[in-house]
Design a protein around this ligand. Structure first.
Ligand SMILES: [Zn+2]
Length: 175
């Protein structure tokens, strides 16, 4: 779902999408090829919605801060060595160590593999000589779990609104 300004604000189920559409709160920007059938009618399922009225971003539920969601934001990729891991082999790393009053929040917690976390220890990335691949940000949205590590599996119609392929961005980053 997009704001009236075309900024992505939230992911909604297709059922919710139909309800919002019937309530007249959104306009449909793009459709899926699939249709939903009820006893009496058939509806083409919306793929991209746009709110008719601008809604302050703060009104949308924030993405809950938790271990799993940090992994998802970071694409299950260690933010130091850039490798992909199974969640069981990942850890959360305080960018600024807790011992130096680094906070446990979206902007100070990143996904790290056990090896990098151990190597970095109680140091800042600068002191450890381990620069971060991406600046940790508060996510506006998260992809569904099953597509989290697969940008290419997101519907093509969404990518236009979500911006650059995150993989391309990391390729451009210098280590
Ligand atoms: Zn690593």
């Amino acid at each position: 779902m997009l704001n009236s300004s075309y900024q992505p604000v939230k992911m909604v189920s297709w059922q919710r999408a139909l309800i919002l559409w019937f309530q007249g709160k959104v306009e449909v920007v793009e459709y899926h090829t699939e249709v939903a059938r009820s006893a009496r009618a058939e509806f083409q399922i919306p793929s991209v919605l746009r709110l008719k009225r601008y809604v302050n971003q703060r009104r949308f539920a924030r993405v809950k801060f938790c271990r799993e969601n940090v992994y998802r934001r970071d694409n299950f990729t260690c933010q130091y060595c850039g490798k992909n891991f199974h969640p069981r082999d990942l850890t959360l790393d305080h960018v600024v160590p807790a011992s130096r009053s680094g906070r446990k929040d979206w902007t100070n917690m990143v996904t790290a593999c056990r090896r990098c976390n151990h190597r970095k220890a109680n140091r800042t990335p600068l002191a450890a000589g381990m620069p971060l691949l991406n600046e940790p940000r508060v996510p506006a949205w998260l992809p569904p779990l099953e597509t989290a590590s697969r940008w290419e599996s997101l519907p093509a119609s969404w990518k236009v609104y979500l911006g650059e392929d995150p993989a391309d961005e990391s390729k451009g980053a210098t280590g």
